[in-house]
Design a protein around this ligand. Structure first.
Ligand SMILES: [Zn+2]
Length: 306
């Protein structure tokens, strides 16, 4: 048995909750799946054409969430925190049944997804995992915002920087090694917004389910949530969670070094589109037992399944 073989969950995982943007109540059931199945969404409220692959090519909207859509117009939105949890825990294969078009926001972070997956347990197969190794540096910029992906030996490093005029958020920066570090602060960090943006967001018909239960709201020098922040760098840590989840729309886990300044769902998606346009930019490799790169194994995962 190797930790570098494909993994799924041991038992079905059920959860229900309010969707952040639609405000509707949604039920989700994540089911174990065979090796090479991948992560697949199924809209069980639709009778046909209801399979949606969370692939970067299928991303149809990146405004305040990541939405994937199939050729028949069936969508699943706000997939990024769940995708981040699946990536972080090394889940390669799972069928995610959902009875509406948006994944529940729960507490605004990946905390509950992580807890539920760990409670279900992780089932390890004999099939080797595949990973994407980045071979060339690729950058996507949009004004002052930019994201760069570069080759890395054996890890996925993500360095993220925010630059806000708001003093509480300010210039927040963090760097994580996804397969090595304790990612608890990243998983636990909630989505956030500025109080002054709420009216505009609501006018667009978004955030109907938003509340202090599922988002950090910053008003001038004040955090409106009575409990305050969960960790010192909660804002940038949440952006790193989004980035991990969005990177998983590449289909596999990635070995690379990513640097992002003021980016988000749009930049990460555009970066992936640019990377996969040219075969020289990447290789897809299958990890064989012999050349076990130990840094590919998340130590927290080892602890949790030991
Ligand atoms: Zn997010």
């Amino acid at each position: 048995m190797s930790y570098l073989t494909q993994k799924t969950i041991k038992n079905n995982i059920n959860f229900s909750g309010i969707a952040l943007h639609s405000g509707l109540s949604v039920n989700v059931c994540i089911k174990p799946a065979e090796p090479n199945f991948g992560i697949v969404f199924k809209r069980v409220d639709l009778k046909e054409n209801n399979i949606v692959y969370p692939n970067f090519i299928n991303v149809s909207n990146t405004s305040l969430n990541t939405t994937v859509e199939n050729e028949f117009g069936a969508k699943v939105s706000t997939i990024e925190h769940l995708m981040g949890a699946l990536f972080g825990l090394g889940i390669d294969n799972a069928l995610i049944e959902i009875d509406n078009e948006e994944v529940p926001i729960l507490d605004g972070s990946a905390k509950i997804f992580i807890e539920k997956i760990l409670t279900s347990g992780i089932k390890i197969s004999d099939s080797p995992i595949k990973i994407i190794k980045i071979n060339k540096e690729v950058t996507f910029s949009d004004g002052v915002r930019s994201i760069t992906i570069k080759p890395s030996t054996l890890n996925l490093e993500i360095e993220f920087q925010l630059k806000y005029k708001n003093e509480i958020i300010g210039n927040q920066k963090n760097k994580v090694k996804v397969y090595e570090d304790d990612l608890s602060d990243v998983y636990n960090s909630r989505t956030y917004c500025l109080f002054e943006d709420i009216e505009e967001i609501k006018k667009k018909g978004l955030a109907k389910g938003g509340s202090l239960e599922n988002a950090v709201v910053v008003k001038n020098n004040e955090i409106l949530n009575p409990e305050g922040l969960r960790n010192k760098k909660e804002f940038v840590n949440h952006k790193i969670l989004d980035c991990i989840g969005d990177l998983y729309t590449s289909g596999y886990r990635i070995v690379a070094s990513v640097t992002c300044s003021q980016g988000g769902h749009y930049l990460t998606n555009q970066l992936l589109r640019k990377v996969f346009q040219n075969k020289d930019n990447f290789s897809i490799i299958e990890i064989k037992e012999k050349n076990l790169p130990h840094t590919l194994i998340n130590k927290n995962l080892l602890r949790s399944i030991a």
